[in-house]
Design a protein around this ligand. Structure first.
Ligand SMILES: C[S@@+](CC[C@H](N)C(=O)[O-])C[C@H]1O[C@@H](n2cnc3c(N)ncnc32)[C@H](O)[C@@H]1O
Length: 272
């Protein structure tokens, strides 16, 4: 198989990658046979999964628009994935052309594609990093000179914290990120859940163990707790299509059946 230009030679193509499986679900072209096979298998077990992923992307777009409206002009997007149409910098710049974005992902394929797509764009940067090492991500982002952590920043954790098992202490990771931001900053977070889901969802979750990153499904209460120290804005931590829908395009018949919650929190300066 021919690898896309610029990809590191040591990529393991015998194992599916979460970023490429996700890309396939969103209709992207940056995936391999091994990813498509796993995606088809997961889709057959959980017919709503592709819809959930599209709802996740739409939630991210609505959230970013809201944050730019609040005056946020710099974003740290961790677990950014393979850049597909309607990426964070594109959505944000429709409102404020000065917006700067640092994209971070653990997946070398996602990073290589991001670098090639964003080459020459001086308001964006790409970091190959692991959310489990937030200090290193913050240092790398700072080195790029695109984010001033003395000013409010939008931290985006869309569909990524469920890749962090409890044993890696996601609360501590969140606390580190919050401590690095000043009041006025915002956190956007979306996360897969088992709540209200059929047993097939749990089977699909077991399949995710075949990628290098297994998924941990969490309750609404668990997801809400990740906002510790942030003030969760209206309408709270809700099923993705219910978060400030733009109109009929965001409506789905039964939002509860989509197995993911999302919300946005504001750093108001209190102790957390
Ligand atoms: C479901 S995709 C979400 C993409 C994008 N944020 C969105 O909402 O459309 C999850 C991404 O998180 C990345 N990821 C998984 N574990 C990670 C980690 N520990 N650190 C950084 N990125 C990670 C995967 O490689 C994948 O690209």
């Amino acid at each position: 198989m021919r690898l896309p230009d610029g990809l590191p030679a040591d990529i393991d193509l015998t194992r599916p990658s979460a970023a490429r499986v996700y890309d396939y679900f969103l209709g992207g072209a940056h995936n391999f046979e091994v990813d498509r096979r796993l995606a088809e298998q997961i889709a057959a077990m959980t017919p709503h999964l592709a819809e959930t992923m599209r709802a996740g992307r739409a939630f991210l777009r609505r959230g970013v628009r809201m944050l730019v409206g609040e005056g946020i002009d710099q974003f740290l997007d961790i677990g950014s994935g393979i850049p597909t149409a309607g990426n964070v910098h594109e959505v944000a710049r429709e409102i404020d052309p000065r917006v700067r974005v640092v994209y971070v992902d653990i997946d070398p394929v996602a990073v290589a594609h991001s670098r090639s797509i964003l080459a020459g764009d001086e308001q964006t940067g790409v970091v190959h990093g692991d959310l489990r090492e937030p200090e290193r991500i913050l240092a790398e982002a700072q080195k790029l000179g695109l984010i001033d952590f003395g000013r409010p920043v939008g931290v985006l954790l869309a569909g990524v914290v469920h890749f962090i098992p409890d044993s890696d202490d996601p609360q501590e990771i969140l606390a580190t990120l919050r401590a690095a931001t000043v009041p006025g900053s915002h956190l956007l977070l979306s996360h897969a859940t088992h709540e209200g889901q059929p047993p097939e969802m749990l089977d699909a979750q077991r399949l995710s163990a075949r990628t290098s990153t297994e998924i941990t499904l969490r309750s609404r209460a668990d997801v809400t707790a990740f906002f510790g120290g942030f003030t969760v804005v209206e309408p709270g931590v809700v099923h993705l299509p219910l978060w400030r829908p733009d109109g009929p395009a965001d409506a789905v018949a039964d939002p509860q059946r989509l197995g993911a919650f999302g919300g946005v929190g504001r750093h108001d300066g209190g102790a957390g």
